[in-house]
Design a protein around this ligand. Structure first.
Ligand code: GTP
Length: 336
């Protein structure tokens, strides 16, 4: 395969960092198969690729990830030790891993020669997208590296308009929650071409003609939703691929680099702005607290000048900053 993209220098003056690609999608949409296939394809194009598996419950992976959550947390042990069900154990394992993620970041920071870091996530999508630990991991990655979310859609299953709409609404919510560039990968196009999805996204009448065959409440709702999502579709970048046949892979590097550009130009400045805003708030809170301490000190000093004897009698004795309360009978004793 030829290299379709010559990496452009990042818009920032900083050295070019590896691009983090987080793969998210409904169970069985093909995340792990796609991560492996994309890893091999990028490597064949001469790119250096690092892989991380964040699914503690996956039993088989066709590739050996460079960092694997399963090497740190044993999901089955977590389940029996904390008497948890499968979902609780996945969540707890992710929580444990999040507490160690600074070490992962330290390793990644040293991988300056890498072009891409591919991240495989748990099959139970909400375990990652709606958990505090998922948010912590995503934020930690996005504040250190250009990061793009790849939302995988199972094309054959999306032939049902309600399934299609559920996926689109979920993708939209992931973008809002993560505040990161999001791209759609319509997977499994070796089974059925994704043309119908493009038609539905570009022309709501085409979706309507399918919905017209069904006069249920759901079809009316789906149509209303499709009108609402038109704006979301218009900015969305996507590609149709097959992890098995590697169809559509020739457009992936271009798509990923567009995601990097979007992160650099839109999301990174936004994140920096938010960081500065937070810092400003913190600084103003600190200076308010400092002024309060200063005012208290001033008031206390003035009080001391007015009533020096009374103040000395009432002032608690302090030992290394801790007020020592003396009992009545001990008042004359040296308690230190
Ligand atoms: N025909 C076809 N099958 C695929 C493709 N990608 C994945 N599959 C199959 O889909 C099934 C699920 O793939 P996985 O890669 O395990 O999907 P996943 O999203 O990682 O699954 P979970 O982690 O369990 O959610 C497997 O049987 C794959 O072989 C594809 O492009 N075409």
């Amino acid at each position: 395969m030829t290299d379709p993209v010559q990496p452009e220098p990042s818009s920032s003056s900083l050295p070019r960092k590896p691009l983090v690609l987080i793969f998210i999608g409904m169970a069985g949409s093909g995340k792990s198969t796609l991560v492996d296939a994309i890893r091999l394809s990028l490597k064949a194009n001469g790119k250096r690729v690092y892989t991380i598996n964040l699914d503690p419950a996956v039993t088989y992976l066709s590739y050996r990830p460079n960092i694997d959550i399963r090497d740190t947390v044993n999901y089955k042990t977590v389940m029996s030790q904390y008497t948890l069900g499968p979902n609780g154990a996945i969540l707890t394992s992710l929580n444990f891993f999040a507490t160690k993620f600074d070490q992962v970041l330290q390793i990644l920071e040293k991988k300056t020669n890498m072009d891409y870091i591919l991240i495989d996530t748990p099959g139970q999508i909400e375990m990652f997208t709606w958990s505090a630990s998922g948010q912590i991991l995503t934020d930690a990655l996005a504040s250190s590296f250009p990061t793009v979310i790849n939302y995988i859609i199972d094309t054959p299953r999306s032939q049902n308009p309600a399934t299609f709409m559920s996926n689109m609404l979920y993708a939209c919510s992931v973008m809002y929650k993560s505040k990161l560039p999001l791209q759609l990968l319509f997977n499994k196009v070796d089974i059925i071409p994704s043309q119908f999805i493009h038609d539905w996204m570009n022309d709501s009448d085409k979706l309507q003609s399918v919905l017209d065959q069904d006069d249920s409440y759901m079809s009316t709702l789906t149509h209303s939703m499709s009108l609402v999502l038109e704006e979301f579709y218009s900015t969305l970048k996507h590609a149709s691929v097959s992890a098995l046949s590697r169809e559509g892979f020739e457009q992936l590097e271009t798509l990923f680099e567009e995601g990097r550009k979007e992160y650099d130009e839109v999301f990174f400045p936004l994140m920096e702005e938010m960081k500065q805003e937070r810092q400003k708030k913190q600084d103003s809170q600190q200076s308010k607290e400092f002024e309060k301490v200063l005012a208290d000190y001033q008031a206390e000093k003035e009080q001391r000048e007015i009533e020096p004897e009374k103040e000395a009698a009432e002032r608690p004795i302090r030992f290394v900053g801790v007020p020592v309360q003396l009992g009545k009978e001990e008042e004359d004793e040296d308690v230190f």
